[in-house]
Ligand binder design. Structure first.
Ligand SMILES: [Zn+2]
Ligand SMILES: [Zn+2]
Length: 364
């Protein structure tokens, strides 16, 4: 058992840094000295939710250095620099064995625990829930081995933390789900972390036309700087009409909000044979889609974490970054201390910046 600093949520919209106990890694688990953790919309959503099972430590986009490993761990050793991947997977179901861990449903059964259902975090008044089997808004975290991905030494922790979930969902939406080719036309609906990742990836594979659609002018300006060839302000124009007028139909529409209106718009911008990639959310609202559009041979595909195979794709994206082909560092607009997490969350409300990380200690 060791004492760590963790940002504990005990009621919605309130977080405080507490000293809590963290039990060491059990079989198949890894103890990580956390150096940076991305702040994702999913954290913010949980933080504001009345249904959140508290107390809990949020954070699911961690990066750091392996401190110790539990029995049976073979893929990482103490001292390794790692990314902590968001989605738990069992390694045994048909999806995992088929090389598609993003389809594994084990996360639905975790209920605030790690893979064996128990908790490693504890305060004086009892156990604390884990978030996505990670809880990396903390100076240290115990994480299942399958979510711990080694990464090259020269990738800064704050950049590595961007690869843990949201940005990678956008990268994979373009590179794995839509499989965008050089010269293709792409429209990205909603330019937060996921959408910005999609634009970076589309630029990296030399898509011919990259349209950024958002309701915030500053965000659109930022997207033009990271690779969008056109921007459409959906607050003042109908994006479907604007896209048709300015660039025609698009080969790929990457929808990054999972909202009924943007889903409809994404589908309506497609060229014959085009693909709409829709970010999965927990919302169950219906979207109204003109069924006649399916006579154009379009496809509509759900994007769950960019179809990421963490041990294949995260090192691949890191290599693209190191080669200068993927400007991940340009997404990193705000750095926060752990004690400043509520300010990071209020940044989501204001919509300022692209991506925020919480930093632990000095250095990048
Ligand atoms: Zn599985
Ligand atoms: Zn996330």
């Amino acid at each position: 058992m060791r004492e760590i600093s963790a940002a504990v949520v005990r009621e919605p919209n309130a977080v405080s840094v507490e000293t809590v106990d963290l039990e060491g890694p059990r079989r198949g688990e890894v103890l990580v000295d956390v150096r940076a953790t991305g702040v994702c919309h999913t954290d913010y959503h949980a933080y504001t939710s009345a249904d959140l099972a508290t107390p809990i430590v949020l954070g699911h986009e961690g990066a750091g250095v392996v401190e110790a490993v539990g029995e049976g761990v073979s893929t990482v050793s103490p001292g390794d620099r790692v990314v902590l991947w968001v989605l738990p997977s069992c390694g045994e179901c048909t999806h995992c064995r088929d090389g598609k861990p993003y389809l594994c449903q084990v996360r639905r059964d975790l209920d605030g625990g790690l893979m064996d259902g128990t908790r490693r975090l504890r305060a004086d008044d009892g156990p604390i829930n884990h978030f996505y089997a990670q809880s990396s808004f903390a100076s240290m975290a115990v994480v299942p081995e399958r979510q711990v991905v080694p990464i090259d030494e020269d990738v800064p922790h704050e950049v590595a933390a961007l690869l843990g979930c949201g940005v990678t969902t956008g990268l994979g939406g373009v590179l794995n789900v839509a499989d965008v080719d050089s010269g293709d036309s792409v429209a990205v609906f909603g330019c937060g972390g996921v959408g910005a990742g999609a634009i970076l990836a589309a630029a990296a594979v030399s898509a011919g036309t990259i349209v950024a659609v958002d309701v915030d002018e500053d965000t659109l300006e930022a997207m033009a700087e990271i690779g969008a060839t056109h921007t459409v302000d959906a607050a003042s124009t109908d994006p479907v009409e604007a896209i048709h007028d300015r660039v025609g139909d698009v080969d790929h529409a990457i929808e990054c909000l999972g909202a009924p209106e943007t889903v409809r718009q994404a589908v309506e911008t497609l060229a014959p044979g085009g693909t709409a990639v829709i970010t999965g959310t927990s919302d169950t609202d219906p979207a109204e889609i003109d069924l006649g559009l399916f006579t154009r041979g379009i496809s509509v595909v759900g994007n769950i974490v960019g179809f990421t195979r963490p041990h294949v794709d995260i090192p691949r994206y890191a290599t693209m970054y190191r080669n200068g082909d993927l400007g991940l560092e340009r997404l990193l607009t705000h750095r926060h201390e752990l004690s400043d997490l509520d300010a990071a969350f209020s940044g989501f409300e204001s919509g300022v910046g692209i991506r925020r990380v919480v930093k632990f200690g000095a250095g990048p």
